[in-house]
Design a protein around this ligand. Sequence first.
Ligand SMILES: *Cc1c(COP(=O)(O)O)cnc(C)c1O
Length: 373
Amino acid sequence: MGPGLLHDDLGTAWRKARPRPAGRHLDSAASSRQSHRALEAAAHHARHEAELGGYVAEAAAADLLQQGRSVIGGLAGMAAADVAFVGSAQSALVALLTGWRLPAGSRVACLPGEYAPNVAQFRAFGLTPEHLPVDAAGRADVEGVERLLAADPPSFVHLTQIPSHRGVLQPAAEVTALCRAAGVPLVIDAAQALGHADVDLGADVVYGTSRKWLAGPRGVGVLCVRPALAARLTPVLPGPEDEPPMRAFESGEAYVAGRIGLVIAVGEHVAAGPDRVRERLASIGRTTRELLDGVGGWRVVEPVDEPTASTTLRPPDGVDVVGVRSHLLTEHGIVVSAIGPGRAPGEMTGPVLRVSPHLDVELEDLEALAAAL
Ligand SMILES: *Cc1c(COP(=O)(O)O)cnc(C)c1O
């Protein structure tokens, strides 16, 4: 066994900061539990809308929202002006591709295990997805990527830093350096990486979602674009004249209360210390894999030491993953996800059960899952 769970103080503080879970919530890769403060800030704003009027309340919250853009940009190594609030990670990608207006047939290099809805968006925008070379775990092969960029550079590289269907951390820093050297723009899907891994790597675009590892509300996402690329984007409608260009990608009509909840959640993440958060999440992943591999015939897909808190399990022969997921919920109060091969058809050969605890998990929760399996 490894050294166990690190930084227990973070777990205690995270647990204390939010409502008691009804059962054992091991599903933050789907949607985390929000804190009291994030919930109250969103509720407070909704109340303000009823008291002041939606647009007056939004104007009153402008400074807070701008601080939030600044802190979110900071996570991605960018500035407040580079950040747009959007509705989800998917809508961030759509906003980016809408503004980019790449000619039909432009090639985008992505992982074979790319998130299927992202591939569907590439195709909807007339782009041609091509595969980056990977190893057996689905991790980008850095030397292969270097050769690909030298031989036949695509219009851009799209890298999903931590996939949805597998807790593997991609070598995003190395890929960023190669893309920079080759002059090929790099777009990082950080839906699973914001609040989970370091995304301050120098990519041209980082986009993600509020509700997963940042533990903000559902219905909010972020799109961060460096100024050099932002200058090449053409929004459908120009933004407000006195605002930075990325503001044109924010919808005028939006879940403003949710944006405010996210700002609070990001503040809590930064206050907890992103480095220590990552260390604890990595220790949670390692402990989860050590505890679960082989139990009841389930096999862990990731290397034990992969520095993420997402673990996926292949079922024993003949076991229905969707049925197990629902049995765990109804009979044991354990919340996990069943992921079908359609999530990443270029890589998955069958369904997996995904276990993705956040900072508050206790050994006892993982032991209960092992016993139930
Ligand atoms: C969840 C997820 C998305 C989509 O996020 P939404 O906010 O639901 O649009 C995109 N990419 C990955 C890797 C994800 O896990």
